[in-house]
Design a protein around this ligand. Sequence first.
Ligand code: URA
Length: 197
Amino acid sequence: MGKELLLNAVENECIEAVNNKYPDEQKVIVFGEGNADADIALVGEAPGEKEIKYKRPFAGAAGKNLDEFLDILGLKREDIYITNTVKFRPVKINPKTLRLSNRPPEKDEIALCLPFLQRQLDIIKPKIVVTLGNTPLRALTGDNKITIGKCHGTLIEECRYDIFPLYHPASILYNMSLKEVYNKDLLKFKKILKDNG
Ligand code: URA
């Protein structure tokens, strides 16, 4: 079976598992997109409002930063595979506006989605997984104490693929002082890609 078919099968299982867990919520699944043969996979936290509207990871404001990231590396979205740790939008009700707003995913939401992320990566077999922020870094290393502040920009060698932790692009939107750090990390990543052909 080709990779796309395998990915579709895992996506369908994921949809079923999420619907079983939250039968009354009609959660929209944003499973991932891009090149199933990519050497680089990018893993974010969870979809937001725009992502579930367009059913595409990083379709909103954080996606702009992501496009800058790809520009610096001379890559296009089609060259890599992009997904999230949690495949649905974690929401809370904003008490002031009474509208839904994003919140960080909770442990049980991550635990529900992690096996599907792992299976996705097992199918794609990237050489490097770029994790954006603490959520994918902790989920994929299985280390809940690891922090992006300490290990950003440093390659972590795991048996199936290496992990390159980056700050989440959204954190740069909220904290411009991180931009310089982030750009330095990107240059390190560019060098790693160059050294590895
Ligand atoms: N959009 C995504 O798809 N993932 C994130 O982590 C943030 C925004």
